[in-house]
Design a protein around this ligand. Structure first.
Ligand code: ZN
Length: 411
């Protein structure tokens, strides 16, 4: 029996092996094999061991490097046109996200640009953003719609996301987020927009999305509206997800547990009761420290949540208000600002993130039978990931068993 690819002599082979979302102390167990090897056959992981005696068509020596599963970026707003670097000055003057939003900036300027853009432009933008993510070791990305905010443009954005999945080596997992903001034309009657989502958008989505997400927040979508949309989405086979308790505590974490959400994301201001409820129901808590960093907001209390038994995942939240495509940087923010240990942050960016997007059987760890999504980093140990800040430590990326990044360059 011959392998297609053999990676050997990894100083640390970080398997992150687990068949359940990692919680509490398990988040610190990375299943490390020192001087480890991994063999790939037919795009899948074929063997994981210290030494593998097998002939291989291609072999990579990973001495002085670490080998681990590709990062799973389980919360992004990948598809939009335009950029908003002009808002930094407003933020520095102390304007809040909601104040910038109310002054017609923020998300509305992105919605206008995205509505004007055609599929071709959005696909081209998405492909180049995905290249940037791949170079930083991300091999699977969840991507939300949500800058169309009408039936035509929400469907357009979901089509773009599906197109990106076909065209790029990164797997792109689609989420419908028609409930991202109340479009300005519905400002005086938000319920009318909720009805549009329910009666016009959801029936037309079909297989264009796997998840239905709602930005549940004060002055955006209320708990009642979120509940209605998520329950209606379930009728169309969409798994519920939520943006919950980011700016105000509105009971989002509680609703996520009650509606059977696969994840609730942000959670900066979630109640203790809500977090405990999520932990009990196995809802993944996706924390987004990049957003806290760019909005100069507080950070979610990861230490407390982990103590409560919440399975914590991390994601970039890539969007025009948080332009970050580097999960290594997100891991650093999680360590320095949320006091997660490097091992916890790695579990959160791989296996737990895979659970947050229903991909745990395929990706998120180096285990026999899973997709061969593997990265080789130019550092001798995993603690160096948050330590070497923004250093471009990704040497090789293997996606579906194929080398797609070599010496830090796309091949
Ligand atoms: Zn988001």
């Amino acid at each position: 029996m011959k392998a297609d690819l053999l990676i050997k002599n990894a100083t640390q082979l970080i398997t992150v092996k687990s068949d359940k979302p990692k919680i509490r102390r398990k988040m610190r167990e990375l299943g490390i094999i020192n001087n480890g090897s991994v063999a790939v056959r037919n795009n899948r992981i074929f063997r994981v061991d210290k030494k593998i005696n097998i002939d291989a068509k291609k072999s990579i020596d990973a001495s002085n490097k670490i080998v681990m599963p590709g990062f799973v970026d389980c919360h992004t707003h990948l598809v939009f046109s335009g950029s908003r670097e002009n808002e930094l000055k407003m933020k520095l003057e102390g304007k809040t996200y909601l104040e910038i939003l109310e002054s017609g900036g923020g998300i509305y300027s992105t919605v206008n640009r995205t509505r004007e853009a055609d599929v071709k432009e959005l696909v081209a933008l998405g492909l180049s953003r995905l290249d940037g993510m791949l170079l930083n070791g991300t091999t699977t990305v969840e991507a939300k719609s949500g800058y169309g905010l009408n039936t035509k443009d929400e469907i357009k954005c979901l089509k773009v996301i599906n197109e990106l999945d076909k065209k790029h080596v990164i797997d792109v997992v689609p989420t419908f987020l028609g409930a991202h903001a109340i479009p300005s034309e519905f400002k005086s009657n938000p319920d009318k927009y909720v009805n549009l989502i329910i009666s016009d958008m959801l029936p037309r989505i079909g297989s264009l999305a796997e998840f239905c997400d709602v930005f549940c927040e004060k002055n955006v979508f209320t708990i009642e509206q979120a509940k209605k949309i998520l329950n209606e989405g379930k009728k169309f086979g969409l798994i519920p997800k939520m943006h919950a308790d980011e700016l105000y505590c509105t009971g989002g974490a509680e609703l996520a547990s009650e509606t059977g959400c696969i994840s609730a994301d942000h959670l900066l201001r979630a109640s203790d009761k809500g977090i405990k409820k999520m932990a009990k129901k196995g809802v993944i808590g996706v924390l987004l420290p990049g957003t806290s960093f760019t909005t100069m907001e507080k950070y979610a209390d990861a230490r407390k949540y982990i103590n409560y038994g919440l399975a914590v995942a991390l994601a970039s939240d890539f969007n025009p208000n948080c332009w970050v495509n580097n999960m290594g940087f997100i891991i650093a923010l999680a360590c320095y600002n949320m006091k997660m240990t490097p091992a916890e942050a790695i579990s959160a960016s791989t296996i737990n993130a895979a659970f947050a997007i229903n991909r745990e059987k395929e990706i998120g760890s180096l285990e026999v039978g899973k997709k061969a999504d593997i990265i080789i980093l130019n550092v001798p140990n995993y603690e160096s990931i948050p330590y070497k800040l923004g250093m471009g430590i990704v040497d090789t990326v293997i996606k579906n068993g194929r080398v797609v990044v070599e010496n830090g360059k796309i091949v």
